[in-house]
Design a protein around this ligand. Structure first.
Ligand code: SAH
Ligand code: SF4
Length: 420
């Protein structure tokens, strides 16, 4: 098994990627084409003077180079005329989000902190940082992407919920996480794989699945998530099947039909409790959209069937939600919904009051669920040593509160006044 290969090695922190000419380092002031949708690319081509007649063909060429070949320099686009290449160099870049750190867990899980190019919503000129995690397994490689910087929701057991800075990632920033991960894993045609033996060998795809289980609530950023899924699933580029892309939500009920109709991705719902009083505490969004409303939206979810089941995630919290009667109530509640149940051992983080249920308790819970006819895999915690597991993600970017921003603005105005 891939995960056992280096079980005794210490986790490694690698230096960030070295800027290369025309490659990873953001080209000052120029927008990057990496992560754009087909229509976004077309709009850039039109703006840089390509005629309407040619846009389709040129767009297809760029698409192939960026998303199929993973190139980082315009001069590698050998079938694009020199004149257009020069225009592109002058107006755009192929920059990726910057890799600030790369950590490799003993079990092969990799966590990258990525710094996004600046965005008008970034406070105090601080670029947003997000985390993105790669989990290799024997039969698949899963990339866990973020949809927001931080999260506005405050689930009591989740580390991300304690981060104060929040903004939506753009569709390009979401899709570009796949591009960066492919760069780092040598997962392009002819790419060179890391030599630690923890990433599948060249020939097999290193990234086969994507889950929106990193930072943020994807359904609070639905338009951009839909566009990013479009880029990831495109058959002539990143070619990830929509059935291998899963969007996880804490239960933003009014957005569920839109997700089903527009993204065609698989759905995971973070349930975590079977009674409203407890779920109100664990997932405060439950006060607005209680369990009954959430489960009704799941019953009505577009495209749900036995072949396209909804995954219900259930974090195992010692003495909180892990009793036999919780397990029995869980299967009763889900009756009639094509469902899978994913039991997640709680991943602790500094400062949390929760503990993970003991292993025997998780097994007993899982047995009850299994006997009721549900596959109930217990998700093996991955990358715990580098805080890369579910709910442990939290970047250092912090939001300045409205008051702090006002004080900072006042301070700089004062400073300006003193200087003059
Ligand atoms: N906001 C979305 C997606 C990101 S969280 C959501 O809540 O679904 C991805 C998954 O990790 C969710 O099921 C979430 O409940 C779970 N999670 C959060 N913190 C966790 C922790 N400390 N241990 C285990 N799972 C956790
Ligand atoms: Fe946000 Fe999901 Fe964490 Fe809740 S569990 S705070 S919705 S990221």
């Amino acid at each position: 098994m891939l995960s056992s290969l280096s079980s005794t090695a210490e986790p490694r922190i690698a230096p960030p990627s070295t800027p290369t000419e025309g490659g990873f380092s953001p080209v000052q002031g120029l927008p990057s084409l990496v992560g754009l949708t087909r229509s976004g690319l077309a709009a850039h081509l039109v703006a840089s003077g390509v005629s309407e007649r040619e846009v389709r063909m040129r767009g297809a060429q760029l698409w192939h180079w960026i998303y199929h070949r993973g190139i980082t320099r315009f001069d590698e686009m050998t079938n694009v005329g020199k004149a257009l290449r020069e225009r592109l160099v002058a107006t755009a870049s192929l920059a990726r989000p910057e890799v600030v750190t790369e950590q490799v867990s003993r079990d092969g899980t990799r966590k990258w902190v990525l710094r996004m190019p600046s965005h008008p919503q970034d406070h105090g000129g601080r670029a947003a940082e997000i985390e993105c995690v790669y989990i290799p397994e024997a039969d698949r490689g899963t990339l866990c992407v973020s949809s927001q910087v931080g999260c506005t929701l405050t689930c009591s057991f989740c580390h991300t919920g304690t981060q104060r800075l929040v903004r939506n990632l753009t569709a390009a920033e979401i899709a570009a996480q796949v591009v960066v991960a492919r760069d780092r894993l040598g997962d392009w045609p002819g790419g060179i794989r890391p030599t630690d033996g923890l990433v599948p060998e060249a020939g097999d795809r290193a990234i086969t699945n994507v889950v929106f289980m990193g930072m943020g609530e994807p359904l609070y950023n639905l338009d951009n998530v839909v566009d990013a899924v479009e880029v990831m699933a495109d058959g002539e580029g990143l070619t990830l099947s929509r059935r291998r892309i899963t969007v996880s939500t804490s239960g933003v009920v009014p957005e569920l039909p839109g997700l089903g109709e527009r993204a065609g991705a698989m759905l995971a719902v973070s349930l975590h409790a079977v009674r409203d009083d407890l779920r109100n505490e664990l997932v405060p969004l439950n006060r607005r959209y209680p369990i009954a409303a959430l489960l009704q939206a799941c019953r009505d979810y577009p495209g749900v069937s036995n072949a396209r089941r909804i995954t219900f995630e259930y974090v195992m919290l010692k003495g909180v939600n892990d009793s036999d009667s919780d397990a029995r109530e869980l299967v009763r509640l889900l009756r009639g919904i094509p469902a899978k149940i994913n039991l997640i051992p709680f991943n602790p983080w500094p400062g949390t009051a929760y503990e993970c249920s003991p292993w025997e308790r998780i097994e007993r819970f899982s047995d009850i669920v299994f006997r009721a006819g549900y596959a109930s895999p217990v998700r093996t915690p991955r990358g715990r040593d580098i805080l890369a597991a579910c709910g442990q993600l939290k970047s250092e970017t912090e939001k300045l509160s409205a008051r702090a921003r006002m004080m900072a603005a006042e301070a700089s105005a004062l400073e300006g006044a003193c200087r003059t």
